[in-house]
Design a protein around this ligand. Structure first.
Ligand code: HEC
Ligand code: HEC
Length: 319
């Protein structure tokens, strides 16, 4: 019995140490401070965007559809067989970045965000600081519909054509894919890395080379537009805590004041899908690891029990 008590005491202190020290250390190591050294405290807003104007009018999808050519002058809507007027490379040359295809916009972005974005893109995306008057820079997406009714109609149309459920990858592509590559997911800002075959005799792969050149050119325009090249997101989910990710994507300025990354306005489900994609590609063995966990614990439990019984059996005669 004495050994059991000792075991219980050891387990107790191990747990106390773990729960007491680990999250504390985590917090200390990931402390966020602003330029003045004050700690940044951020309250999660659950992707509700409370700073934006509430939508008080009801959108009419048919009226939105009639207006949609105001958007397809730049954006494609592939699911509706509407081609973007320029391909991604030419768009990047013109705007610095490829205007995203809007087929899935109604499913990945928050409705209130979209209505506000159409009425006032720079304010809604929190990039006004980059496009101040006199800076010589203008945001590439103009104010198409400054009144709430027209904006709400267009959003109602986008929602009416959006699929009910997006795959994690579709969500990532719609919300992040024009700016961020994901090497592990074989994603570039120009789409999936193509499957090519090198020439058997020369071992050259001109098709791949041409693709890489196009990606490099796109990234060049993007870096000029953004001020820096958005980082590859392959291992970001492991390098950053989930909490950071959530707060950063909900409100980039709250975590990295002055950052070039816009607030993209994903809905809560949209965010969860994006994270699922980043986990799938960045940490593909996680589900396996998690499935193994209970088995390992079970093994230790049974092993401990057997060892204890075995010891009891041996020492019985000696006591
Ligand atoms: C003159 C070209 C142009 C027109 C017209 C235009 N857009 Fe855009 N749009 C862009 C560009 C460029 C971007 C990407 C900007 C960036 O990421 O910095 C963009 C981004 C977007 C985004 C992504 C926002 C986000 O949060 O990531 C949505 C949604 C969008 N546009 C919807 C629309 C809708 C709806 C219309 C019509 C009412 C429209 N756009 C008209 C050029 C345009
Ligand atoms: C219009 C381009 C654009 C879009 C769209 C965009 N990002 Fe970014 N992102 C950037 C830029 C630029 C940076 C670099 C910011 C900096 O260092 O200030 C960045 C940085 C990041 C970082 C790194 C932050 C850090 O700790 O350094 C993460 C994580 C990130 N983005 C995630 C996302 C996710 C997830 C999405 C989609 C939901 C997304 N981004 C959409 C431009 C974009």
């Amino acid at each position: 019995m004495k050994e059991l008590k000792i075991l219980a005491v050891v387990i107790f202190f191990t747990l106390v140490t773990y729960y007491g020290v680990e999250p504390y250390a985590h917090h200390q190591m990931h402390k966020k401070v602003d330029a003045q050294g004050n700690e940044i405290v951020y309250e999660s807003q659950d992707f509700k965007y409370p700073d934006l104007k509430a939508v008080t009018v009801k959108g009419d999808a048919a009226a939105g559809k009639a207006m949609i050519s105001a958007c397809t002058g730049c954006h494609g809507i592939e699911s509706q067989k509407m081609q973007a007027p320029m391909d991604a490379s030419a768009s990047a040359g013109a705007y610095g970045v490829n205007p995203p295809d809007l087929s899935n916009a109604g499913a990945v972005f928050d409705e209130k965000f979209l209505v506000n974005f159409i009425m006032n893109p720079t304010h809604t995306a929190m990039v006004e600081h980059k496009f101040k008057e006199g800076s010589g820079k203008t945001y590439p997406m103009p104010v198409v519909a400054p009144d709430p009714q027209t904006a709400a109609n267009i959003v109602a149309y986008l929602k009416s054509i959006a699929p009910k459920e997006l795959t994690p990858k579709e969500a990532f592509v719609a919300a992040c894919g024009r700016c961020h590559a994901d090497r592990y997911g074989k994603w570039t800002q120009l789409g999936d890395v193509p499957k090519t075959k090198p020439n058997i005799t020369t071992h050259q792969d001109p098709e791949m080379l041409a693709f890489k050149m196009k990606v490099a050119n796109y990234q060049d325009s993007l870096a000029k537009y953004m001020g820096k090249l958005p980082p590859d997101l392959s291992i970001m989910i492991r390098a950053r805590s989930e909490e950071f990710m959530e707060h950063f994507i909900e409100n980039p300025q709250s975590q990295l004041p002055g950052t070039a990354m816009p607030r993209v306005g994903v809905s809560k489900e949209g965010f969860e899908k994006v994270v699922a994609y980043l986990e799938e590609t960045g940490d593909p063995s996680k589900p396996k690891r998690q499935a193994v966990g209970p088995w390992v614990l079970g093994f230790f439990f049974i092993f401990t029990l057997l060892a204890y019984l075995w010891k009891q059996a041996h020492w019985r005669d000696l006591h």
